[in-house]
Every structure is written in C-alpha cells, then in structure tokens.
Design a protein around this ligand. Structure first.
Ligand code: THU
Length: 167
C-alpha cells in the first residue's frame, strides 16, 4: 500500500480470473456443474427478454440444485437464475454451504460466445451465502459457447461489498 505525504493513498484491488479455452479443460466435476447449468436453461421463463439463463449450484454435501430466470410482465419482478438456485438451497438445505455456482445463458438476439457474469443483485446474494456459511463460492461462467471464466469467490466479483459484519 502506497502512503503519500498528502494523506491520500490508493488501494488496488485485484481479481484473478482463470480462463479456460473450452469447458473440456476444467475438472470433470466442474464440467458436470456447467452441464447442469445448461440443462437448467430449459426451464427458463423468459418471454420478454428472450434471454435464457441457467445456474447450477453445488452444495457441500454433493447435491446439485438448478435455477433458471423467471420473468414477469411486471418487469421488476423478474428473478435471476442464480437467485432462484440460491433460494432453493436456502429454503431446502439450510445450514449446508454452497461451494460453487455455474452460470450460462443463451439469447435469441445475440450469439453469446463470451461468458456472462452474475448481475449486481446476484453478486450480493452470493456474498450473503458466503458470509452466512463462512465458505467461498467458486463461480464458473460461460456464454452459450466459448471460453469459461472462473473466480474463486463472490468477493472477486464484488470487491468492497457490504456484509453483515458491520451490523
Ligand atoms: N438474468 C439472470 O438470470 N442472471 C443474471 O445474472 C443476469 C440477468 C436474467 C434476468 C432477466 O430474466 C434476463 O436475464 C435479462 O436481464
């Protein structure tokens, strides 16, 4: 950390993103989780955006739960795939840490050949899960095709995030 004479300093926050050219380069376990996220897209209800998102989360006990985005004519009620999956974990497997999440999408309007990453609200939900279970959640991201991004924790996508420790 650089200290200057003026009493100001710069805090540099780095994010390490692991990039896989194809899913085949990942572990079998991670490939399976991504495949589950792809399968989850089948249940997406997205008539308004035509953007199907699939998520799959891996619990510490080995169980995998799927989630997909569920839209509503009242747009603000749309819920993202990641939070659907995390809510299932919260309501059915209370106390079991979530250790990984895979997210993928397909769009009627674009060729999604680069990874999509969780929206801000989902990052906050991931942060809450990590805080609650004191367990980092690996995040695996892919578009419909192409490279896969992986970060070790929700903290990597939400630096300086707000959590319950200050309350
Ligand atoms: N969506 C997700 O499911 N996850 C994200 O992280 C980003 C956005 C959904 C919400 C909405 O149904 C559609 O994608 C377009 O925003």
């Amino acid at each position: 950390m650089e200290h200057s004479k003026t009493g100001t300093r710069e805090l540099v926050i780095k994010t390490a993103v692991k990039v896989y050219d194809t899913p085949n380069m990942m572990t079998k376990e991670d490939q399976h989780l991504l495949a589950e996220a792809k399968a989850a897209m089948q249940d997406s209800y997205s008539p308004y955006s035509q953007f199907k998102v699939g998520a799959a989360i891996l619990l510490d006990n080995g169980i995998i739960l799927r989630g997909s985005n569920q839209e509503n004519a009242a747009y603000s009620m749309c819920i993202c795939a990641e939070r659907v999956a995390l809510s299932t974990a919260d309501s059915q497997f209370q106390g079991v840490p979530v250790v990984a999440i895979a997210v993928t999408a397909t769009s009627k309007n674009h060729d999604l050949n680069k990874p999509i990453s969780p929206c801000g609200a989902c990052r906050q939900a991931i942060a809450e899960s990590e805080y609650k279970h004191e367990t980092a959640m690996k995040i695996i991201m892919q578009g419909e095709t192409g490279e896969v991004y992986e970060v070790a924790s929700g903290k990597d996508l939400l630096p300086l995030g707000f959590d319950g420790s200050v309350l």
